[in-house]
Ligand binder design. Structure first.
Ligand SMILES: NC(=O)c1ccc[n+]([C@@H]2O[C@H](COP(=O)([O-])OP(=O)(O)OC[C@H]3O[C@@H](n4cnc5c(N)ncnc54)[C@H](O)[C@@H]3O)[C@@H](O)[C@H]2O)c1
Length: 313
């Protein structure tokens, strides 16, 4: 199958590209190498992909002529490009353009792809709101510009399915970690702090926040499992994550235990838009996709530590 991945040089996109290519699909990547975090990391990801024979086109979904740029014979689009996270340095304009305008342009361009089997939106549990432990029927009540704009992006994708233009679905991911995790995320920062003897920036009140920390391999298993399930997935929103739940404190303790160290804390004011709890309810994914996440927290974090030590030290 010929498959386009947007956000291909990023954390999740680069893993997805590797997996799809190893399953003998033809993968084409798009990324604008945005400077939300160190662009050298994205360049490294793209270089590693190119060594596998995967081309990552440098292109900005907000302005490129997509009718010309997209191969006409695409079978699937996995849309992961976005401005992620809830950093106070990200402006509403950046969320608006990278998450909504970019998605609108891509969904419109995709209407010209005659053999598109499915458009898969990479969505997020952030759309649900402050305290999340629910199935996909729950009304979305996002509390951040990230969550609001990702919800709008998801609706733009799903509207194409409702209009009958092409099959589409959205996968709402929960707290993904593992090798190549974004440097602004918790496990990346904890491992960096442990290795480089730095203090971990802990947001006030967040020690008891709960998350379904999900290893990248479990997330990629879920994402690729939609291929060939167009009939079951068209028009569906599906949660993807582990149904295990851990506090931030447990995350910190896990890294400390595996790295046999104590990590100092640099207490920061609470962040606006931070969710108290995101626990994945995955009955629908189990039923439709046969989804069965299985990587335990210690094994997953160990994989990330090993990668970090081999690639970042
Ligand atoms: N990491 C998580 O825990 C998590 C959880 C839920 C959902 N998601 C979603 O997964 C997707 C990937 O997230 P990630 O953590 O890998 O982030 P990431 O920042 O590593 O990857 C996103 C990529 O998209 C690219 N991009 C951004 N705007 C673009 C544009 N206008 N045109 C082209 N490329 C653009 C960026 O350069 C980046 O490489 C996002 O849609 C995010 O909302 C991530």
């Amino acid at each position: 199958m010929k498959i386009l991945i947007t956000g291909c040089a990023g954390f999740i996109g680069s893993h997805l590209a590797e997996r799809l290519q190893s399953s003998n699909h033809e993968v084409i990547g798009i990324d604008n190498f945005s400077d939300y975090y160190d662009t050298r990391l994205k360049r490294e990801n793209a270089k590693a992909l190119s060594q596998l024979g995967i081309e990552v086109k440098e292109l900005d979904l907000r302005e490129a002529d997509l009718k010309v740029a997209l191969p006409k014979d695409l079978d699937y689009i996995f849309h992961g490009a976005a401005l992620p996270g809830i950093a106070s340095t990200s402006t509403f304009e950046q969320y608006l353009t990278n998450n909504i305008i970019a998605t609108h342009r891509l969904t419109a361009a995709a209407t010209h792809l005659a053999q598109l089997k499915m458009f898969i939106n990479i969505g997020t549990s952030s759309i649900y709101g402050k305290d999340v432990f629910c199935d996909e029927e729950q009304m979305a009540k996002p509390i951040s510009n990230y969550g609001v704009t990702k919800l709008a992006a998801e609706q733009l994708v799903m509207s194409q399915s409702r209009l009958g233009n092409y099959p589409a679905c959205s996968l709402r991911l929960y707290s993904v970690y593992g090798s190549r995790e974004r440097p602004d995320k918790m496990f990346s920062q904890l491992i960096d702090c442990a290795i480089n003897d730095k203090k971990f920036p802990l947001f006030e009140g967040s020690l008891e926040h709960k998350r379904s920390f999900t290893h990248i391999n479990d997330i990629i298993d879920g994402i690729v499992s939609v291929i060939g399930k167009e009939d079951q997935c068209d028009g569906q929103v599906i949660n993807l994550g582990t149904d295990q739940e851990y506090t931030t404190a447990q995350g910190i303790q896990t890294v400390e235990k595996l790295m046999d160290t104590k990590i100092g804390i640099d207490l920061k004011p609470a962040r606006s838009g931070d969710q108290l709890r995101t626990k994945a309810v995955i009955d629908k994914a189990r039923f439709i996709l046969g989804y069965n996440p299985h990587v335990g927290l210690e094994a997953g974090v160990q994989e990330q530590i090993d990668w970090f030590q081999n690639n970042r030290v």
